[in-house]
Design a binder for this molecule. Structure first.
Ligand SMILES: Cc1cc2nc3c(=O)[nH]c(=O)nc-3n(C[C@H](O)[C@H](O)[C@H](O)COP(=O)(O)OP(=O)(O)OC[C@H]3O[C@@H](n4cnc5c(N)ncnc54)[C@H](O)[C@@H]3O)c2cc1C
Length: 277
Protein backbone atom coordinates (compact mmCIF):
# COMPACT_ATOMS: atom_id res chain seq x y z
CA UNK A 1 0.00 0.00 0.00
CA UNK A 2 3.08 2.29 0.16
CA UNK A 3 3.39 5.36 -2.07
CA UNK A 4 6.69 6.59 -3.48
CA UNK A 5 6.40 10.03 -1.84
CA UNK A 6 8.02 9.94 1.64
CA UNK A 7 5.57 10.14 4.55
CA UNK A 8 5.77 10.92 8.25
CA UNK A 9 3.16 10.57 10.99
CA UNK A 10 2.41 12.75 13.99
CA UNK A 11 1.13 11.52 17.36
CA UNK A 12 0.13 13.21 20.58
CA UNK A 13 1.38 11.75 23.88
CA UNK A 14 -1.25 9.42 25.40
CA UNK A 15 -2.66 10.27 28.83
CA UNK A 16 -3.43 6.77 30.05
CA UNK A 17 -1.99 3.25 29.91
CA UNK A 18 -4.88 2.29 27.62
CA UNK A 19 -3.99 5.21 25.32
CA UNK A 20 -0.36 4.08 25.33
CA UNK A 21 -1.33 0.53 24.30
CA UNK A 22 -3.50 1.92 21.50
CA UNK A 23 -0.69 4.18 20.32
CA UNK A 24 1.75 1.26 20.21
CA UNK A 25 -0.70 -0.62 17.96
CA UNK A 26 -1.13 2.44 15.71
CA UNK A 27 2.64 2.90 15.63
CA UNK A 28 3.17 -0.74 14.61
CA UNK A 29 0.55 -0.47 11.84
CA UNK A 30 1.89 2.82 10.48
CA UNK A 31 5.49 1.54 10.67
CA UNK A 32 4.55 -0.82 7.81
CA UNK A 33 4.39 2.30 5.61
CA UNK A 34 8.14 2.79 6.28
CA UNK A 35 7.77 6.46 7.24
CA UNK A 36 10.74 8.79 7.22
CA UNK A 37 9.96 9.61 10.85
CA UNK A 38 7.27 9.87 13.51
CA UNK A 39 6.79 12.98 15.62
CA UNK A 40 5.19 13.53 19.03
CA UNK A 41 3.56 16.82 20.04
CA UNK A 42 4.43 18.79 23.16
CA UNK A 43 2.22 20.83 25.46
CA UNK A 44 3.43 24.36 26.12
CA UNK A 45 3.60 25.35 29.77
CA UNK A 46 4.19 21.90 31.23
CA UNK A 47 0.91 20.10 30.54
CA UNK A 48 2.20 17.07 28.61
CA UNK A 49 5.96 17.45 28.56
CA UNK A 50 6.88 14.37 30.60
CA UNK A 51 4.53 12.25 28.51
CA UNK A 52 6.12 13.54 25.30
CA UNK A 53 9.60 12.63 26.52
CA UNK A 54 8.57 9.10 27.54
CA UNK A 55 6.62 8.49 24.31
CA UNK A 56 9.43 9.77 22.07
CA UNK A 57 12.08 7.65 23.73
CA UNK A 58 9.90 4.52 23.72
CA UNK A 59 8.99 4.89 20.02
CA UNK A 60 12.48 5.88 18.90
CA UNK A 61 13.85 2.72 20.55
CA UNK A 62 11.63 0.68 18.22
CA UNK A 63 13.85 1.66 15.31
CA UNK A 64 12.15 4.37 13.21
CA UNK A 65 13.38 7.90 13.91
CA UNK A 66 10.99 9.75 16.25
CA UNK A 67 11.12 13.52 16.56
CA UNK A 68 9.94 15.33 19.69
CA UNK A 69 8.13 18.64 19.23
CA UNK A 70 9.70 21.22 21.55
CA UNK A 71 7.91 24.45 22.32
CA UNK A 72 10.06 27.19 23.84
CA UNK A 73 7.59 29.80 25.09
CA UNK A 74 8.07 30.30 28.82
CA UNK A 75 11.13 27.99 28.94
CA UNK A 76 14.60 28.86 30.20
CA UNK A 77 17.78 28.04 28.29
CA UNK A 78 18.69 25.61 31.09
CA UNK A 79 15.41 23.72 30.69
CA UNK A 80 15.79 23.46 26.90
CA UNK A 81 19.42 22.36 27.25
CA UNK A 82 18.42 19.68 29.76
CA UNK A 83 15.74 18.42 27.35
CA UNK A 84 18.01 18.41 24.30
CA UNK A 85 20.80 16.68 26.24
CA UNK A 86 18.32 13.99 27.30
CA UNK A 87 17.15 13.50 23.72
CA UNK A 88 20.72 13.44 22.43
CA UNK A 89 21.68 10.81 25.02
CA UNK A 90 18.73 8.70 23.80
CA UNK A 91 19.74 8.80 20.15
CA UNK A 92 17.18 11.40 18.98
CA UNK A 93 18.43 13.17 15.86
CA UNK A 94 15.44 15.18 14.73
CA UNK A 95 13.30 17.78 16.54
CA UNK A 96 10.32 19.99 15.65
CA UNK A 97 11.20 23.45 17.05
CA UNK A 98 8.21 25.61 17.95
CA UNK A 99 7.29 28.69 19.87
CA UNK A 100 4.08 27.05 21.08
CA UNK A 101 1.21 28.82 22.83
CA UNK A 102 0.91 29.52 26.52
CA UNK A 103 -2.09 27.80 28.12
CA UNK A 104 -4.98 30.26 28.56
CA UNK A 105 -4.66 32.16 31.81
CA UNK A 106 -0.85 32.16 31.70
CA UNK A 107 0.24 35.71 31.07
CA UNK A 108 3.42 37.23 29.67
CA UNK A 109 6.41 35.05 30.18
CA UNK A 110 9.84 35.44 31.73
CA UNK A 111 11.25 32.72 29.48
CA UNK A 112 14.42 33.09 27.45
CA UNK A 113 12.70 32.56 24.08
CA UNK A 114 10.10 34.70 22.33
CA UNK A 115 9.78 33.04 18.94
CA UNK A 116 10.61 29.70 17.33
CA UNK A 117 13.51 31.41 15.53
CA UNK A 118 15.15 32.00 18.96
CA UNK A 119 14.92 28.26 19.67
CA UNK A 120 16.30 27.30 16.25
CA UNK A 121 19.24 29.69 16.69
CA UNK A 122 19.89 28.35 20.20
CA UNK A 123 19.89 24.70 19.05
CA UNK A 124 22.25 25.49 16.16
CA UNK A 125 24.59 27.43 18.45
CA UNK A 126 24.69 24.78 21.17
CA UNK A 127 24.40 21.56 19.14
CA UNK A 128 25.59 22.57 15.65
CA UNK A 129 24.37 19.88 13.19
CA UNK A 130 23.49 17.21 15.73
CA UNK A 131 19.75 17.68 15.18
CA UNK A 132 17.69 17.96 12.01
CA UNK A 133 15.44 20.90 12.89
CA UNK A 134 11.87 21.05 11.56
CA UNK A 135 9.89 24.28 11.93
CA UNK A 136 6.21 25.10 11.43
CA UNK A 137 4.93 26.88 8.31
CA UNK A 138 1.52 28.48 7.70
CA UNK A 139 0.42 28.65 4.04
CA UNK A 140 -2.83 30.33 5.20
CA UNK A 141 -0.96 32.54 7.72
CA UNK A 142 -0.41 32.02 11.42
CA UNK A 143 -3.61 33.08 13.27
CA UNK A 144 -1.76 35.88 15.12
CA UNK A 145 0.07 37.13 12.03
CA UNK A 146 -0.33 40.80 11.13
CA UNK A 147 -0.28 40.09 7.40
CA UNK A 148 1.07 37.55 4.91
CA UNK A 149 4.34 39.35 4.12
CA UNK A 150 5.22 39.88 7.78
CA UNK A 151 4.46 36.24 8.52
CA UNK A 152 6.62 35.19 5.56
CA UNK A 153 9.47 37.40 6.79
CA UNK A 154 9.16 35.83 10.24
CA UNK A 155 9.20 32.37 8.65
CA UNK A 156 12.38 33.30 6.76
CA UNK A 157 13.97 34.35 10.07
CA UNK A 158 13.45 30.76 11.32
CA UNK A 159 14.88 29.38 8.09
CA UNK A 160 17.92 31.66 8.25
CA UNK A 161 18.45 30.78 11.92
CA UNK A 162 19.19 27.22 10.76
CA UNK A 163 15.96 25.27 10.19
CA UNK A 164 16.52 22.12 8.11
CA UNK A 165 12.96 21.74 6.78
CA UNK A 166 9.39 22.81 7.51
CA UNK A 167 6.02 21.14 8.11
CA UNK A 168 2.90 23.14 7.38
CA UNK A 169 -0.25 23.66 9.35
CA UNK A 170 -2.97 21.65 7.62
CA UNK A 171 -5.00 23.24 4.84
CA UNK A 172 -7.47 22.07 2.20
CA UNK A 173 -6.57 24.55 -0.54
CA UNK A 174 -3.52 23.44 -2.53
CA UNK A 175 -3.15 26.93 -4.05
CA UNK A 176 -2.31 28.32 -0.61
CA UNK A 177 0.56 25.82 -0.38
CA UNK A 178 1.87 26.51 -3.91
CA UNK A 179 1.76 30.27 -3.32
CA UNK A 180 3.56 30.00 0.01
CA UNK A 181 6.30 27.73 -1.42
CA UNK A 182 6.71 30.10 -4.36
CA UNK A 183 7.15 33.08 -2.02
CA UNK A 184 9.74 31.21 0.06
CA UNK A 185 11.67 30.36 -3.14
CA UNK A 186 11.53 34.03 -4.18
CA UNK A 187 12.86 34.96 -0.75
CA UNK A 188 15.89 32.83 -1.58
CA UNK A 189 15.36 29.52 0.23
CA UNK A 190 15.14 25.99 -1.18
CA UNK A 191 14.11 24.49 2.15
CA UNK A 192 11.76 21.48 1.94
CA UNK A 193 8.24 22.53 2.93
CA UNK A 194 6.23 19.41 3.71
CA UNK A 195 2.42 19.74 3.70
CA UNK A 196 0.73 18.77 6.96
CA UNK A 197 -2.26 16.57 6.10
CA UNK A 198 -5.29 16.36 8.39
CA UNK A 199 -7.61 13.42 7.67
CA UNK A 200 -11.31 14.32 7.95
CA UNK A 201 -13.13 12.08 10.39
CA UNK A 202 -15.44 14.26 12.46
CA UNK A 203 -17.23 17.44 11.37
CA UNK A 204 -17.52 19.16 14.76
CA UNK A 205 -13.89 18.55 15.76
CA UNK A 206 -12.61 19.66 12.37
CA UNK A 207 -14.52 22.94 12.52
CA UNK A 208 -13.34 23.60 16.09
CA UNK A 209 -9.66 22.83 15.34
CA UNK A 210 -9.74 24.81 12.12
CA UNK A 211 -11.19 27.89 13.85
CA UNK A 212 -8.39 27.72 16.42
CA UNK A 213 -5.47 27.26 14.07
CA UNK A 214 -6.64 29.40 11.17
CA UNK A 215 -7.12 26.62 8.61
CA UNK A 216 -9.86 27.38 6.10
CA UNK A 217 -12.35 24.68 5.19
CA UNK A 218 -13.55 25.49 1.66
CA UNK A 219 -17.28 26.19 1.53
CA UNK A 220 -18.09 23.23 -0.74
CA UNK A 221 -16.34 20.81 1.61
CA UNK A 222 -18.05 22.31 4.65
CA UNK A 223 -21.48 22.07 3.04
CA UNK A 224 -20.92 18.44 2.02
CA UNK A 225 -19.67 17.55 5.52
CA UNK A 226 -22.70 19.25 7.09
CA UNK A 227 -24.95 17.10 4.95
CA UNK A 228 -23.18 13.94 6.17
CA UNK A 229 -23.35 14.95 9.83
CA UNK A 230 -25.08 11.79 11.13
CA UNK A 231 -23.64 9.45 8.52
CA UNK A 232 -20.19 8.83 9.97
CA UNK A 233 -19.14 6.24 7.38
CA UNK A 234 -20.29 8.45 4.49
CA UNK A 235 -18.49 11.47 5.95
CA UNK A 236 -15.26 9.54 6.44
CA UNK A 237 -15.33 8.08 2.91
CA UNK A 238 -15.97 11.56 1.45
CA UNK A 239 -13.24 13.00 3.70
CA UNK A 240 -10.74 10.38 2.53
CA UNK A 241 -11.60 11.09 -1.14
CA UNK A 242 -11.17 14.85 -0.64
CA UNK A 243 -7.90 14.56 1.26
CA UNK A 244 -6.46 11.94 -1.14
CA UNK A 245 -7.27 14.33 -3.99
CA UNK A 246 -5.53 17.15 -2.12
CA UNK A 247 -2.46 14.93 -1.64
CA UNK A 248 -2.42 14.08 -5.37
CA UNK A 249 -2.45 17.81 -6.23
CA UNK A 250 0.33 18.48 -3.75
CA UNK A 251 2.52 15.66 -5.07
CA UNK A 252 1.92 16.89 -8.65
CA UNK A 253 3.00 20.36 -7.53
CA UNK A 254 6.26 19.03 -6.13
CA UNK A 255 5.53 18.47 -2.42
CA UNK A 256 8.68 16.68 -1.20
CA UNK A 257 6.81 14.51 1.35
CA UNK A 258 3.51 14.33 3.27
CA UNK A 259 3.20 14.67 7.05
CA UNK A 260 -0.01 13.16 8.44
CA UNK A 261 -1.67 14.41 11.62
CA UNK A 262 -2.72 10.89 12.60
CA UNK A 263 -4.58 11.79 15.81
CA UNK A 264 -3.13 8.47 17.10
CA UNK A 265 -5.31 6.47 14.71
CA UNK A 266 -4.06 4.47 11.74
CA UNK A 267 -7.27 3.94 9.78
CA UNK A 268 -8.04 7.51 8.59
CA UNK A 269 -4.47 7.94 7.33
CA UNK A 270 -4.39 4.49 5.72
CA UNK A 271 -7.71 5.21 3.96
CA UNK A 272 -6.00 8.17 2.29
CA UNK A 273 -2.77 6.30 1.47
CA UNK A 274 -4.83 3.45 0.06
CA UNK A 275 -6.54 5.82 -2.36
CA UNK A 276 -3.16 7.28 -3.34
CA UNK A 277 -1.39 4.03 -4.07
C1 LIG B 1 3.74 21.22 12.24
C2 LIG B 1 3.22 21.88 13.50
C3 LIG B 1 3.41 21.24 14.71
C4 LIG B 1 2.98 21.84 15.90
N1 LIG B 1 3.17 21.18 17.08
C5 LIG B 1 2.82 21.77 18.24
C6 LIG B 1 3.08 21.15 19.51
O1 LIG B 1 3.62 20.05 19.56
N2 LIG B 1 2.73 21.79 20.63
C7 LIG B 1 2.15 23.03 20.60
O2 LIG B 1 1.87 23.58 21.66
N3 LIG B 1 1.86 23.64 19.43
C8 LIG B 1 2.18 23.04 18.25
N4 LIG B 1 1.92 23.67 17.05
C9 LIG B 1 1.23 24.96 17.07
C10 LIG B 1 2.21 26.13 17.29
O3 LIG B 1 2.85 26.00 18.53
C11 LIG B 1 1.42 27.43 17.25
O4 LIG B 1 0.94 27.66 15.97
C12 LIG B 1 2.14 28.64 17.80
O5 LIG B 1 1.19 29.69 17.93
C13 LIG B 1 3.25 29.18 16.91
O6 LIG B 1 4.37 28.41 16.95
P1 LIG B 1 5.52 28.66 15.83
O7 LIG B 1 6.64 27.79 16.17
O8 LIG B 1 4.96 28.59 14.48
O9 LIG B 1 5.88 30.18 16.19
P2 LIG B 1 6.70 31.32 15.49
O10 LIG B 1 7.37 30.88 14.25
O11 LIG B 1 7.54 31.93 16.55
O12 LIG B 1 5.55 32.34 15.05
C14 LIG B 1 4.49 32.70 15.93
C15 LIG B 1 3.93 34.06 15.54
O13 LIG B 1 4.88 35.07 15.84
C16 LIG B 1 5.21 35.81 14.67
N5 LIG B 1 6.66 36.08 14.76
C17 LIG B 1 7.66 35.20 14.59
N6 LIG B 1 8.86 35.81 14.76
C18 LIG B 1 8.59 37.11 15.06
C19 LIG B 1 9.39 38.24 15.36
N7 LIG B 1 10.72 38.17 15.38
N8 LIG B 1 8.76 39.42 15.63
C20 LIG B 1 7.41 39.52 15.61
N9 LIG B 1 6.60 38.47 15.33
C21 LIG B 1 7.18 37.29 15.07
C22 LIG B 1 4.84 34.92 13.49
O14 LIG B 1 4.55 35.69 12.32
C23 LIG B 1 3.61 34.21 14.03
O15 LIG B 1 2.47 35.03 13.91
C24 LIG B 1 2.32 23.10 15.85
C25 LIG B 1 2.10 23.72 14.61
C26 LIG B 1 2.54 23.12 13.44
C27 LIG B 1 2.29 23.79 12.11
Amino acid sequence: MSISTPVSFEFFPPKTEEGREKLLTTHATLSEQTPEFFSVTYGAGGSTQERTINTVIELNNKGICTAPHISCIGASQEKITELLDLYKANGIKRVVALRGDLPSGMGATNGDFHYASDLVAFIREQYQDQFHIEVAAYPEMHPQAVDFNTDLRNFMTKVNAGASSAITQYFYNPDAYSFFVDQVRRAGSNIDIVPGIMPITNYTNLVRFSDGCGAEIPRWIKRKLEAYRDDVKGLQAFGADVVADLCRHLIDRGAPALHFYSMNQSEPTLNILDRLS
